[in-house]
Ligand binder design. Structure first.
Ligand code: GLN
Length: 226
């Protein structure tokens, strides 16, 4: 979604990684980059990345007017949203000092923190999801507060995430995180979770994870999470 507005820190790479991991298993994958003036096409997985405050507010206005993402979630399409995109999933967020309406697709809201959260972020993933340690890079001024209708994606061992205690959130097939990096290059098991949700296929064949694991191990060692 909106690679011209929402793709800081290489978040567009998440699309390439998902397509590659699907095709490597013989699952056909068409990718489509949706620009600001386009209506939302039908899809199985929607990706939203990070963005500066102005871009984030503009994206929210367009998505609220379009309502295509709401319809997609109603039919259980998968949404993976990073940082600004993640904040957009909640009921409200702050951009350039103003409170903005979010999409209300996850039971959470974001306000502003005492300082920007910049650096490595990670921790243990919600056991319900069965994934290894989450690792990423964060850069955001907002703090996110979770309601009862979502579960945290992870507990925080390193960095700030939502509020210094938890990081990210998920409910149904909508999942948000503050992890850039892009997130799925450091967390290939998370990529496969999204593919399993989208395809309903629980047994995806294993792939060669040599390069992902080198990156993961380097970052997990660097942050003391190894
Ligand atoms: N503008 C938002 C914030 O600072 C999101 C930033 C981002 O996506 N990196 O909180």
């Amino acid at each position: 979604m909106y690679p011209d507005l929402l793709s800081t820190y290489g978040d567009r790479g998440n699309m390439l990684i998902l397509a590659h991991r699907a095709r490597s298993r013989g699952i056909p994958a068409d990718t489509h980059e949706v620009f600001l003036n386009e209506a939302l096409p039908a899809g199985d997985i929607y990706l939203l990345g990070g963005g500066e405050d102005g871009a984030q507010a503009l994206a929210a206005q367009r998505l609220l007017a379009d309502r295509g993402l709401h319809r997609a979630v109603d039919r259980r399409a998968v949404v993976f949203a990073v940082c600004a995109g993640y904040q957009l999933m909640g009921s409200s967020f702050f951009a350039k000092g103003a409170k903005c309406e979010g999409l209300g697709l996850l039971d959470l809201y974001s306000d502003r923190g005492p300082h920007r959260a910049v650096g490595e972020v990670g921790g243990e993933v919600d056991p319900k999801l069965g994934l290894p340690t989450l690792t990423g890079f964060e850069n955001h001024g907002g703090r996110t507060h979770l309601g009862r209708g979502v579960r945290p994606l992870a507990s925080v061992k390193v960095g700030i995430g939502n509020d210094g205690k938890t990081e990210g959130a998920w409910n149904g097939t909508v999942l948000g995180t503050y992890c850039h990096g892009p997130a799925l290059s450091r967390n290939p098991a998370l990529a496969d979770l999204l593919l399993r949700w989208a395809t309903g296929e629980d047994n995806l064949p294993a792939l060669d994870e040599t390069w992902h694991n080198r990156l993961r191990n380097e970052r997990l060692t660097f942050t003391g999470m190894a």
